[in-house]
Design a protein around this ligand. Structure first.
Ligand code: DAH
Length: 339
């Protein structure tokens, strides 16, 4: 028996393995529960007491060196396998997930791009506004219903401080400090006290446009917005001007484009008319110019205000306004590669 143990010991000492499989064969042969060491311990029970002492010592030596060998080799194999054989350096890397711009930002940027090419600057104004810039200077009569609580979020009363209900306030801010020619677009967020539904929200976004100079006429307004619609939606889009009323423009018109969701056939988005309103517009009212210290005999201008959510809805066929502010990643990531 001693001879067998010595032979195995020599085998253990000489053993070397490069792979996990070879090491597993070693483990099974020597140290597993059915391996040689266990077997020999079984045999040891049968020998005489004196023999047991001597053989036990050698057998323990075999056990320890087999175990030591196993853990040493296991460590080397594990370390080397991560640096070479298990890693395929030719595989393409897993791409990092990057965020993307919000659809409203994408559309706002596109609107800016289109108007910048026509020579419009981008201007900005406050979201917390006083009555003068949001209403009075824009020729809203004192008793106009839009000033009342159901539409406007008031922050303070007397003097009034409110969340702007439209971006038209920036027209006034701009004309107060800049003399014509003025050609600007003014994107921003606006607030209205509305019940939230698929079609209305208590905050949304507009882009205001303003062009004041000598001899600006309604034909300029029409041509500018027609150009915009073609750039945004393609050359086949149709546009129409419908007479309307705004206190700050005269004459006023609402601008419709052919419904891009049903291609003019009629659907619930266009209320089966084939047309969708995207903006209000008109010739700047002489009172507005006067309120900003500009002579309406010398200068004329056009203005428009369009809803960015509306423009986006038609571009990407989104039919529920609430999606824009819910931050659902499944909605947002659909815009990763657009525009
Ligand atoms: N401010 C209007 C609104 O929020 C939109 C608008 C209409 C803006 C006509 C204009 C305009 O500049 O000329 O409903």
């Amino acid at each position: 028996m001693e001879e067998r143990i010595q032979k195995l010991l020599a085998e253990v000492q000489a053993f070397n393995a490069q792979t996990k499989d070879a090491l597993e064969v070693f483990r099974l042969k020597f140290i597993s529960r059915k391996g040689a060491v266990t077997e020999l311990f079984e045999e040891l029970k049968k020998v005489s007491v004196e023999e047991k002492k001597r053989l036990g010592k050698v057998l323990n030596e075999l056990k320890q060196s087999a175990e030591a060998k196993f853990s040493a080799l296991q460590e080397t194999i594990e370390n080397s396998s991560t640096s070479s054989s298990d890693i395929d350096l030719t595989l393409p890397p897993v791409p990092n997930k990057v965020g993307n711009l919000h659809p409203l930002t994408l559309v706002k940027n596109r609107i800016i791009e289109i108007f910048e090419r026509l020579g419009f600057n981008v201007a900005d104004g406050p979201e917390i506004e006083d009555d003068w810039h949001n209403f009075s200077a824009l020729n809203f009569p004192d008793n106009h219903p839009a000033r009342e609580m159901q539409d406007t979020f008031f922050i303070e009363k007397n003097p009034d401080l409110l969340l702007r209900t439209h971006t038209s306030n920036v027209q006034i801010r701009l004309l107060e400090k800049q003399k014509p020619p003025v050609r600007a677009i003014m994107p921003g967020r606006v607030y209205r006290n509305e019940a939230i539904s698929a079609r209305a929200h208590c905050f949304f976004h507009q882009v205001e446009g303003l062009y004041v100079d000598k001899n600006v006429g309604f034909a300029d307004l029409k041509q500018t917005l027609y150009h915009f619609a073609k750039e945004m939606y393609g050359k086949d889009v149709k546009i129409r001007f419908r007479p309307s009323f705004f206190p700050f423009t005269e004459p006023s018109a609402e601008i419709d484009i052919t419904c891009l969701i049903c291609k003019g056939k009629g659907c619930n988005v266009c209320k089966y008319s084939g047309w969708v309103e995207i903006a209000g517009s008109g010739m700047v009212h002489p009172n507005v110019l006067k309120n900003c210290g500009i002579d309406p005999e010398e200068y004329t201008g056009f203005a428009f205000g369009m809803g960015i959510e509306r423009v986006t809805m038609l571009k990407y066929q989104v039919n529920d306004l609430r999606l824009y502010s819910e931050n659902d990643i499944r909605f947002l990531k659909q815009f990763q590669t657009v525009i």
